[in-house]
Design a protein around this ligand. Structure first.
Ligand code: HPA
Length: 250
């Protein structure tokens, strides 16, 4: 049984420190997951890896089959999910290069399948989502940062937007007034679906650009790429420490 899953986002479609032992195609009632599940070992701990945007990074955020992905993980009895995500930084302490483990979410997405509890219900079902992320996985990520001698922001609100376009400066201004520190396109409904299935889910966010209007000029996609490449090395270092901590908790 593989209890820890890693959902990798942009720049993280492959886990170079993961020794893949087998791939598993899962058929779900919601269709295909983004990719076959890749089983392997990370720092000696069994994990399963799922690239959110597909193996060749071809699935845009609004087309990801979030339900199939979470269903696939649940079906192989995963308990803990680490989601890795590239984000834009909104507030002053969230400059490019920063690692953050958000503790809150504001959802601005629309037109996505938001729930498993939609049809064929014997009872209308609501989940508590007061604290959208699982504290045990958050703490493993925070300790992973400490053990790999890296700074991490431990309180941040993730604003989930629809994309695929980036935001206008005034949209970001409004999000800041709402209380968002980070902006990304894939945090929801993934986190809510994980909670619906009782999975312990948290996000490790890497800031790859200042959000719209937060730096002079326009957002440079080359700069995003460069920050992504550099930052992912830090993400790998952190994960190599965080995964064994999570493994010990089990
Ligand atoms: N906005 C939305 N999503 C993002 C951004 C951004 O600026 N950067 C990385 N993902």
């Amino acid at each position: 049984m593989t209890e820890i899953a890693i959902i990798g986002g942009s720049g993280f479609s492959r886990l170079k420190s993961l020794q893949i032992t087998r791939k598993e195609v899962i058929h779900t009632p919601y269709g295909e997951a983004s990719a076959p599940l890749m089983h392997g070992l990370l720092a000696g701990v069994p994990v399963v890896f799922l690239p959110r945007h597909g193996p060749g990074h071809t699935i845009p955020p609004h087309k990801i089959n979030y339900r199939a992905n979470i269903w696939a993980l649940k079906s192989i009895e995963v308990c803990n999910v680490i989601s890795v995500a590239a984000v834009g930084g909104i507030t002053g302490n969230m400059e490019p290069g920063v690692l953050a483990v958000p503790d809150q979410i504001i959802d601005y997405t629309y037109g996505r399948h938001q729930t498993f509890f939609e049809n064929d219900l014997t009872k209308v079902t609501h989940i508590d989502f007061t604290r959208p992320y699982c504290e045990a996985v958050r703490q493993a990520l925070i300790q992973g940062a400490q053990k790999s001698a890296q700074q991490v922001q431990t309180h941040a609100t993730y604003g989930a937007v629809q994309g695929p376009r980036l935001e206008t400066a005034m949209e970001i201004h409004r999000m800041e007034q709402d209380g968002c520190d980070l902006v990304g396109m894939t945090g929801m409904p993934e986190a809510a679906l994980a909670r619906e299935f009782g999975l312990c889910y948290a996000t490790l966010a890497l800031v790859v650009n200042w959000a719209a209007g937060k730096s002079p000029g326009e957002i440079s996609l080359q700069e995003i790429e460069a920050n992504l490449e550099e930052g992912m090395l830090c993400v790998h270092r952190l994960m190599e420490q965080a995964v064994p901590i999570l493994g010990q908790n089990q």
